[in-house]
Structures are given as C-alpha cells and as structure tokens.
Ligand binder design. Structure first.
Ligand SMILES: NC(=O)c1ccc[n+]([C@@H]2O[C@H](COP(=O)([O-])OP(=O)(O)OC[C@H]3O[C@@H](n4cnc5c(N)ncnc54)[C@H](O)[C@@H]3O)[C@@H](O)[C@H]2O)c1
Length: 395
C-alpha cells in the first residue's frame, strides 16, 4: 500500500501528549495508533495533573525527564523554544480543557490534534478555526470512526451516486455503561462525563451523539438545515443528558433520525448507520467494522468485506492485513494519523503532495460543537425546530 508517512531519519516527526496518564482511556489508544505506521515519536508530555502519575507515565513511555512537564502551558512554551521541539501535540484531556489547550499550542506555532468534542461553544470552535488558518497549522479532530475502510467505501459509493439521491438516514449510537450511577464509583471516565464543568452542555450528545453527526456528514456530505431534539436524563441526580432523540432535516430534502444513548442496557459501542437513497441503501456498524451491507433496488443484498480487490483503491489503502483477519479500532485511529502525519511530513520537507490528503479537522470539530449546542437549544424549547445549519465562512 503505502506512501512514506515517516520522513527521513533526521527529519522524523515528533509529538507530545497532554493527558493520557496511566489509567486513562484514549491517550494510550492514540499512542498505539501512531505507532502502527511508525508515523511519529512521542518525546514529551504533560500526562496528568497528578504529579506522581505524570512522572510515572513519562518514565513508562521512556520520555526524557526534562520533557515531562508539570503543565501544558510550560510544555507549549518550552517546546516552542527548542530547536528540536515537537511537530504536533495530541490533546486527550477532558472536554473543558480542549479549547484552552489547543489555543495555547496554536499560539506557539505547534500543530494540534485534539479529541472531540472540540470545545464548549461554537464561538470557541470558530476562534480555533481562525487561529489555525492564520498560523497555517494543521489541526486534526479525531473522529475515529471515519478511519474505517468500509466507512470510506460507503462514502465512495454515495459520492459516485450509486445509491441515488439520499432520502432517509437512520443513525444511532447506543451504549449502556451509564445505565446506573457509574459516577459514584471510582470510574473517572464516568465522573467527568456527567459533570457540566468538565463535560460541557451535554453528556450523551457531546460524548457520542457528536460521532453520529460527524459520521453521517462524512459519509453522505449532507448538511443539516434544521433539527428538533429531545435530550433525556433517565438516571436520577444527573445534571446532563444520558439519552437523546434527534429529528433532522437536511438541506436538499433528505431526512434523518439520530439516537444516542448511554443507558441502553447491554449495548456496548453500537454506532451504526443505515442510509436509504432512491436506488439503494447502505448499512454499517462499528462493532462489525469489516463489513458493509449494500442493498440495491431489485437486486439481492451484497455483503462487502474489508481487504478485497473489488473495493475502491482508497478503502484498500486504509487496510493493512489481508481479508478475513479482523482490523478494528486501533487501525481506524491509525488511518487518521497516517494521513495527518503524511501531510505534516510533506510540509516539513517542503515537498508537494501528489494527492489531496484530508482528515477530520477543526472545521468538522466546530460543526460538531454547533450541533451539540443546537440539540440542547431545541431540547430546552421542548423539541422546537431550530436552525441547524453551519456557516463555513464564519470565523
Ligand atoms: N475519539 C474517540 O473515539 C474518543 C474516545 C474516548 C474519549 N474521547 C475523548 O478524549 C478525551 C479524554 O477522554 P478519556 O476517556 O481518555 O478520559 P480519561 O479520564 O480516561 O483521561 C483523561 C486524562 O487527562 C488527564 N488530565 C486531566 N487534566 C489534565 C491537565 N490539566 N493536564 C494534563 N493531563 C490532564 C487525566 O489525568 C487523564 O490522564 C475526552 O475529551 C473524550 O471526549 C474520544
């Protein structure tokens, strides 16, 4: 498959991480994903607010002691001053720090990868869009699921017009892990997600509904026109939503229904879409990511599987091992980094790219946080229809 994402030995990309301390979820996933293609080296970090955990994580990951920083502001400052300072930072802290942390690194001229949701408010997102563009920096927002080969095959099928005009989108993301008060246990991931100070305006939509919005937009290119949302809090004592029902009308006439939930007993990570057009339909689910179901009018349903020669070049290039050997979450994440690092390497080497390398970026992140806001706004008005459109020119 692949083109070199790694640069020459003397010009390898390096990165730092904010968050990702021992016991955390997504930081180590980012690290493993970057390592799949040996795309960049982790050389510094501020991994935890807890001093011992910060040091222990740095030692565990073989970081030089002078590059384990007490806080991310010191890290941005010191790395910007070093001749061998990092090429990019990976921000994997709870949501309340995304905007502040991204801004600090952008201001120091350092490229940013930030996990979703990008910020607390659309205005913060627009501010980051503006800053990244003014500084000419690359800003990826890790909507992980867009990295799956079969998701990209669905995107290709739709873009080629094979299923015709889209009429209806059914997309859902049920989980069951917050069906009880997990926040009262020592589950740190649950504790901050239900806390408005650290999670933001929404728990369920901000945490997983945002993946639904991004996935549908990524695969179909549809733009939301207006939406009506009802956000529910089923578990007593919670300040934020743990279930969301959202009715969508897209520009151009297509309709959609999004459901996300954290109280759906026994569901694990059930991101799924079904997209119905005038000539056919597509169905994909995250827990069976190597399979894409293709339903065509008046023909038998076909099952496409990852790694086969009948798939598009793009889907094949996002694959590492032969068909029948399951690939999954790490590889999907790795595919995002492969593209990001390819672009950064080319920039670092002043080399022109022969292909258009794209990834989910700060614009997607801003559209995502606008979506969360629109859902909360509608729900606060008893599900009234609200403008759900996104202004790409606003900055
Ligand atoms: N893309 C995805 O699929 C995906 C999946 C899970 C989580 N996420 C996102 O990743 C982010 C982190 O989620 P998580 O589940 O890994 O959380 P977590 O609680 O497991 O980890 C957060 C880490 O940040 C550290 N931290 C907190 N404040 C810090 C500070 N000021 N400086 C340095 N480190 C600090 C904590 O010590 C911890 O190590 C969230 O924004 C979440 O929405 C994205």
């Amino acid at each position: 498959m692949s083109e070199n994402t790694q640069g020459t030995l003397s010009n390898r990309l390096t990165y730092g991480m904010v968050g990702g301390g021992i016991g955390s979820f997504i930081g180590p996933v980012h690290k493993a994903a970057i390592a799949i293609d040996n795309s960049a080296d982790l050389v510094c970090g501020s991994f935890s607010r807890n001093k011992e955990k910060n040091q222990a994580t740095g030692l565990d990951w073989q970081i030089e002691s002078d590059r384990i920083y007490d806080d991310f502001e010191k890290m941005a400052d010191a790395e910007a001053k070093r001749p061998d300072g990092i090429d990019f930072v990976v921000i994997v802290v709870p949501n309340n720090l995304h905007y502040k942390c991204s801004k600090v690194f952008l201001e120091k001229g350092i490229n940013v990868v930030c996990d979703k949701p990008l910020a607390f408010t659309p205005e913060e997102g627009y501010d980051l869009m503006k800053l990244a563009s003014e500084k000419g920096l690359e800003f990826m927002v890790t909507y992980t699921y867009t990295g799956y080969p079969m998701v990209n095959e669905a995107k290709r099928i739709i873009a080629d017009g094979e299923i015709g005009d889209i009429r209806m989108v059914m997309a859902e993301y049920p989980q069951g892990w917050l069906a009880d008060r997990a926040e009262d246990t020592d589950n740190k991931q649950a504790q901050w997600r239900v806390d408005p100070e650290r999670a933001g305006l929404s728990c369920c939509v901000g945490d997983i509904g945002t993946h639904v919005e991004n996935m549908v937009h990524y695969v179909t290119g549809l733009e939301i026109d207006r939406l009506s949302a009802s956000l529910d809090t089923f578990v007593e004592g919670r300040k934020l939503d743990d279930n969301a029902r959202i009715n969508i009308e897209y520009k151009g006439g297509a309709k959609g229904i999004y459901w996300s939930s954290q109280i759906a007993i026994s569901e694990e990570n059930g991101l799924k879409f079904r997209i119905y057009g005038t000539n056919g339909a597509l169905e994909w689910e995250q827990e069976k990511p190597n399979v894409l179901i293709y339903k065509r009018k008046d023909l038998p349903t076909q099952i496409y599987t990852r790694g086969n020669g009948y798939l598009s070049v793009n889907a094949q290039q996002l694959t590492r091992i032969p068909a029948g050997h399951p690939e999954g979450y790490f590889e999907a994440f790795g595919n995002l980094y492969k593209k990001y690092c390819r672009k950064l390497t080319a920039k670092k080497n002043n080399e022109a790219l022969s292909e258009n390398v794209t990834f989910t970026d700060v614009v997607d992140g801003t559209r995502g946080i606008k979506f969360v806001h629109d859902c909360v706004k509608s729900s606060n008005q008893d599900g009234a229809w609200v403008d759900g459109s996104f202004d790409y020119k606003k900055q």
